[in-house]
Design a binder for this molecule. Structure first.
Ligand code: SF4
Length: 135
């Protein structure tokens, strides 16, 4: 199974179990920073998030919520279905950013320092011999 197939499969599986009750949205500390979430209501926002997991366009409020996610994980504890809502949001973030080749639905930040950061971390953890081989 490829990574893309795994992401699609997990997205579809979790979306089919989600009832779009909105408890995760209500519990989320980031909703005040996501435009339109309060007006749309938690159920509608959760429905939009679920739509993104099902290859749909989502809604502006759901996309704003997805973009505002800081991975607090509070959503998972709030889910009455015991779903890993935080993982659902992670999948939704990837999907909304176009990770499977679609056009991005939310802004994607380019980290121009990504490679230097990886190398700096690697220098702290690799032996000199490994550094000579891999860096
Ligand atoms: S709390 Fe759980 S069931 Fe309810 S919308 Fe969120 S993920 Fe879906």
């Amino acid at each position: 199974m490829t990574l893309v197939e795994h992401i699609r499969g997990e997205s579809a599986r979790l979306a089919s179990l989600c009832t779009a009750c909105g408890a995760c949205v209500s519990a989320c500390p980031m909703t005040p920073y996501a435009a339109g979430v309060a007006e749309a209501g938690p159920g509608a926002v959760a429905t939009g998030m679920r739509d993104v997991l099902r290859d749909g366009p989502g809604t502006p409020a759901a996309l704003a919520w997805i973009a505002a996610c800081t991975r607090s994980g509070v959503c998972s504890a709030a889910c009455p279905e015991q779903l890993d809502a935080a993982f659902m949001m992670r999948l939704a973030t990837w999907r909304a950013k176009g990770a499977l080749g679609e056009a991005p639905k939310i802004p994607v930040k380019e980290d121009t320092q990504y490679s230097p950061k990886v190398k700096a971390f690697a220098r702290l953890t690799l032996t000199e011999e490994e550094q000579a081989q891999w860096l």
